[in-house]
Design a protein around this ligand. Sequence first.
Ligand code: C5P
Length: 414
Amino acid sequence: MQDTPLATSLGLANRRIVLGVTGGIAAYKSAELIRRLKDLGADVRAVMTPAAQEFITPLTLQALSGNPVHTTLLDTEAEAAMGHIELARWGDLILVAPASADFLARMAHGHGNDLLTTLCLAARCPLAVAPAMNQAMWACRSNQDNVALLQERGVTLFGPAAGEQACGDVGPGRMLEPTELAQLTAGLFPRQILTGARVTITAGPTREAIDPVRYISNHSSGKMGFALAEAARDAGAQVTLISGPVNLATPDRIKRIDVVSALDMYEASMSALKQTDIFIATAAVADFRVENSQNQKIKKQDNSGSMTLTLVENPDIVASVAKHSPKPFTVGFAAETQDAENYARQKIVRKGLDMIVANDVSRQDIGFNSDQNAVTVIWKNGQQPIELASKAQIARDLVTLIAKRFREQDKKSG
Ligand code: C5P
């Protein structure tokens, strides 16, 4: 259900960019650059030199990036929030745009006299610079020597472009346009099998309230769904994980939405569809909920000896997703105790799935609370077993299969 072509969208999904902004008239374009980087899926933190703040305010960059802007090295409060070493480690790339002649000189000669140069010294990630300056400054020997030195050390140079300059000169020295810079930045990262895809995964059990203290649920641990979320993220996808109540930490760089009941999970899944190319339903959704769950704790009736609860059917989330138009590539799970393959094939048709992952939960060594699993992946014209392995390994193999089938379908429909 893409609203943008996959090949060009989200090339920076899950990527963290530290955007350094130095003093120059092109600093106003940094605002636009943040938007373009975010459009491609990046998380951006801006770092501004004092000179940059003469051209554009930190508030503007903060509003656009959605993150605090970093301006000073020697500020105890800022250091307590995110220290400069931590910030250097946070980034997958430091991009300095615009990079002034003064900044390039300081960077080339190992200065650490402001936050941005210190970050460049401390960073273990790649560095890229987009110079912006007057054409004579760009051409001058000392600047050219500094740029050559930086390139020799592996710093990537974006531009500069030639053309009319703010000062009226014409020649090389203009900063590249934000759209081009964002695309070049995405090009620094290798494309992966799910780069550009938005994946939504349901995981864990649901809880159906009887009253405020009691509920009906199941033994699902959520481990398979969480492992799949990590595998999809590692394959380049932007992942939303809709989780029932589980005891698992949120994996890094994954958007987690916590839900309790099947109805909550249904609502969250339907809302996520606008931004979903692939939907994977690993959740063990309760098939029924209590018709009249009570707002007050139900008291034991003396000597009654029994109690009756009326259950009503919950919506089938994955089947509803598969009915939605346009439909994401939809993957379901089938936990069976016998004849798993046969039941799974029926489920593909009944629920309108593109793929189903069948596992035999009668086996003691795999399934619900185990760290291991063994499954058979089934689709319309084929199937493939994945032998007993850790859930993390199964998840990686599953993501490879899902990506392959998804790309094939995407090609056909596109
Ligand atoms: O019908 P059954 O529960 O065996 O189907 C399992 C598959 O359907 C799983 O992918 C599960 O996440 C999904 N499911 C769902 N909503 C339900 C019940 C099951 O999405 N109410």
